[in-house]
Design a protein around this ligand. Structure first.
Ligand code: G6P
Length: 364
């Protein structure tokens, strides 16, 4: 690739460190303080159409699918439209019911992933309305969709996605706010979310300053054969993405589970050799998450918590700055990108080009 690494040892490291600027870019020119909402110029969905949407189905692959899961939760929370995400690769093979009151959203960094493109084409053939949340301007998925939100993360070279993931989630927060303000989200809540969005670039920069500490933690956990990632509701897709990132570049087996499901099976795996990374935001589920940490500790499991305050039961806590709860998933994923990066580095992996993977899969 011809892009300059700008003094970084890998594109992944460069792209992680670009996130404050990237997030600033996805927000730029879109916030409307007068009406406590956002303008999304390319969305192509008028208020009457936005009000008539009964459901939202988000489709993507890999990291984009995880960003879509967070997006679905944000849309449900802020716009109160029932929403969910599904891997595009599954959706297109199961003869799904295509409902005229459902708005479909295709998510893709490259805009070229074949499974996503094929799902979009099938949906369009059946008369569905499909929007895109895409990074690459003018890409195939951007062209095939009826409108959408560009993610503006800039070029991403490393096979695994970091800044584009974060920007995609921020783009979904914008979309959720926009839909919310057309429906029932109050002016006060609109203002609150806008203030939270504006804080993100500085808070991400603050977290990146803690890199040396994360590097030390990664060295401690790099010997593990397998790792468990847990989170609840907003924390669960964060856990899934962090687990994917770790396995993609370090080749350590990792599994993500809702913390609430631990007792229904995976607790049997907990022992000192299987560390757990727990996403523990200060939200209404804090006590439930703490109880899960106690269960793990009682079985001598090692715990690395990503939290808003130091967790007593954890062996280590990475403390993340507070924002509005709806935006927690944006910030909580960032230190775990660095964690995956430093773990893979400590193990001598080829971080920008992990074995067996491609940046975009444009074939069946
Ligand atoms: C490939 C990459 C993943 C990526 C996925 C979707 O599998 O290795 O990192 O998340 O494709 O790519 P897209 O460009 O559609 O977001």
């Amino acid at each position: 690739e011809s892009y300059d690494m700008g003094g970084h040892d890998t594109y992944m490291h460069k792209e992680i460190s670009e996130q404050p600027d990237a997030v600033d870019r996805v927000l730029r020119g879109r916030i409307d303080d007068r009406f406590s909402t956002v303008h999304l110029g390319g969305l192509n969905l008028d208020p009457r159409e936005a009000r008539s949407v009964r459901r939202i189905k988000i489709l993507g692959c890999g990291t984009s699918y995880h960003a879509g899961q967070i997006g679905a939760q944000m849309i449900e929370e802020l716009a109160r439209i029932p929403s969910d995400a599904e891997p595009a690769s599954e959706f297109r093979y199961r003869n799904p019911v295509v409902d005229p009151d459902t708005l479909y959203i295709a998510v893709s960094q490259s805009g070229e992933t074949y499974d996503v493109l094929a799902a979009v084409q099938e949906l369009k053939r059946k008369g569905a309305r499909v929007l895109g949340v895409v990074n690459v301007v003018g890409s195939a998925i951007a062209r095939e969709t009826d409108g959408g939100v560009y993610v503006h993360a800039g070029p991403e070279v490393c096979v695994v996605s970091t800044k584009c993931f974060t920007n995609t989630v921020v783009a979904f927060a914008l979309l959720a706010l926009h839909l919310g303000r057309i429906r029932d989200l109050s002016v006060a809540d609109g203002k609150r979310i806008i203030a939270g969005l504006r804080k993100l670039p500085a808070q991400i920069a603050e977290m990146l300053e803690g890199e040396a500490e994360i590097e030390k933690l990664a060295a401690e956990y790099a010997g593990a054969k397998s790792m468990m990632f847990i989170g609840r509701v907003r924390g669960y897709p964060v856990a899934r993405e962090a687990s994917l990132k770790l396995k993609e570049i370090s080749y350590i087996h990792a599994e993500a589970y809702p913390a609430s499901e631990l007792k229904h099976g995976p607790l049997a795996l907990i022992e000192p050799a299987l560390p757990t990374v727990a996403i523990v935001p200060d939200d209404d589920l804090l006590d439930k998450n703490r109880a899960a940490l106690e269960e793990i500790k009682a079985r001598s499991g090692r715990i690395l918590a990503v939290a808003h305050q130091v967790q007593e039961k954890a062996d280590h806590t990475i403390v993340v700055p507070k924002n509005e709860v709806e935006l927690d998933p944006i910030l909580m994923g960032i230190p775990l990108q660095l964690f995956a990066y430093h773990t893979a580095k400590a193990m001598g992996r080829d971080i920008d080009k992990p074995r067996n993977l491609a940046k975009s899969v444009t074939v069946e």
